[in-house]
Design a protein around this ligand. Structure first.
Ligand SMILES: NC(=O)c1ccc[n+]([C@@H]2O[C@H](COP(=O)([O-])OP(=O)(O)OC[C@H]3O[C@@H](n4cnc5c(N)ncnc54)[C@H](O)[C@@H]3O)[C@@H](O)[C@H]2O)c1
Length: 424
């Protein structure tokens, strides 16, 4: 096996480590499933000697994942999956207290962001962990020499899975990747309840708006959009949904929301949030129609959902008015407020998803990594689902940690469900 160079990391300030440690420990208390996996990993060492590079939002929850992988025997380095999502105290603590090289500084420019991804690749990973597929894209397009070491990868989010499936389709994907996002115990909880709550949290922390009574426009009624709409409604907003998928639009209507095209919603919305995973959702034609004082934000993976260059073009000036709030004055004198530079608002202005939900996402990441080590020889260069047995096991452990018990099928019921002849 090759030896990789010893890396130390690049963080904002190691003096922040103490605060980071307190927050990592706080998150750990709310991650009981990951704690159980960590105990098992310490005993069984399933990742012994495996070099792993993890490109994730560097938060207190991610720190607990990195520690779990390390305790399972892996040699882990971490880099940021978004220039604005890093918690600098957590990054400092990972380096100083846990000896996990971490390359992440909140607010880093694009060049530093990619330098950090490349530093994580210098680790010569055997397993990549991605959130948005930037690490695997960089590896495949700029560092193909590293492919010889790779046994597989995992992907955390919807956008990353979409990119990887496109790669697999045209033959660009050169190693197996497990779509952690597609596990039920991931997207049904993380994307819905995690993004739902934390995106509202980000908007509130940035603006301190009273949500009650506002016209709140949610673009995209997928797993994240459903969560955001549900929580905005709970705070008393009049929620409007925009969609392009008829089934999802119908679901939104039956969930009690008004559905209309963005060209209509743009005229009446007070607050906008895009969560489509698509590009150009809010564009020139929408900014032109918006009311004075409209607030626009994004919680989809990339900062392409809001066409910021178009907003710049339409504006005569801009200035920061609060942390994560930029006031654009349009040439016709209206103010439009852009939150968090159009990047994931829950991570830019708040703390990302609560630990209790990342518990399940990162339990999936840990067990998917173990699965890759055990099964990589049988896997092709494709995108794989998390095995159903892992999904069910995580749901079971989570319920146990919450003190919730289930009914068990009687032998008679099992037989009934397995039979086609009963029913009269
Ligand atoms: N903020 C976070 O922490 C966080 C967490 C998880 C996922 N994400 C990201 O959020 C995005 C959405 O994820 P998801 O799991 O909800 O995906 P999803 O596929 O379940 O939902 C996306 C929805 O957007 C709709 N859509 C696409 N183009 C549209 C358009 N032009 N107008 C209106 N609607 C459109 C689709 O029909 C779909 O219903 C992805 O980029 C994902 O990576 C962010």
């Amino acid at each position: 096996m090759e030896t990789a160079p010893k890396l130390t990391g690049d963080v904002k300030d190691l003096m922040l480590a103490e605060e980071g440690k307190r927050r990592i420990q706080w998150a750990n208390q709310h991650m009981p499933v990951l704690q159980l996996i960590r105990k098992q990993f310490i005993k069984e060492q399933p990742l012994k000697g495996i070099r792993m590079s993890a490109c994730l939002h560097v938060t207190s929850e991610t720190a607990n994942l990195a520690i779990t992988l390390r305790d399972g025997g892996a040699d882990v380095v971490v880099c940021a999956s978004n220039p604005l999502s890093t918690q600098d105290d957590v990054a400092a603590c990972l380096v100083k207290d846990y000896n996990i090289p971490t390359f992440a500084i909140k607010g880093e420019d694009n060049a530093t962001y990619y330098a950090h991804i490349n530093a994580a690749l210098d680790h010569q990973p055997q397993i990549t962990i991605d959130d948005g597929a930037d690490l695997v894209t960089q590896l495949l397009t700029k560092r193909p020499d590293l492919l010889k070491n790779i046994i597989g990868g995992t992907e955390e989010t919807t956008t990353g899975v979409i990119r990887l499936r496109a790669m697999a389709k045209d033959g660009t994907l050169k190693y197996p990747v497990i779509a952690v996002n597609d596990a039920m115990t991931k997207h049904m909880f993380d994307n819905r309840y995690g993004t739902g709550q934390s995106s509202i949290d980000g908007i509130l922390r940035a603006t301190n708006l009273l949500i009650a009574g506002l016209k709140f426009v949610v673009a995209g009624y997928g797993w994240c959009g459903k969560g955001v709409a549900m929580r905005a409604k709970g705070l008393g907003a009049d929620v409007i949904v925009t969609e392009m998928n008829p089934v999802r639009a119908l679901e939104a209507v039956m969930d009690g929301f008004r559905v209309m095209p963005m060209t209509e919603a743009a005229k009446i919305g007070d607050v906008f949030i895009t969560v489509t995973g698509n590009k150009s959702i809010l564009t020139h034609e929408h900014f032109e129609k918006m009311k004075d004082g409209a607030v626009i934000s994004n919680s989809g993976h990339f900062n392409v959902e809001i066409d910021i260059p178009a907003l710049e073009k339409l504006s005569s000036s801009k200035k920061p008015v609060r942390p994560f709030v930029e006031e654009y004055t349009t040439k016709d004198g209206r103010k439009i407020y852009l939150l968090g530079e159009g990047r994931l608002i829950n991570l830019a202005a708040a703390e990302g998803h609560p630990a209790a939900v990342m518990d399940m996402s990162f339990a999936n990441q840990s067990l998917a990594s173990e699965y890759l080590v055990k099964n990589h020889a049988q896997l092709k260069n494709q995108v794989y689902s998390v095995p159903d047995a892992i999904d069910r096991q995580i749901a079971k452990l989570k319920l146990e940690s919450m003190g919730v018990t289930l009914d068990k099928l009687t032998p008679d019921q099992e037989q009934y469900l397995a039979s086609w002849s009963e029913g009269t």
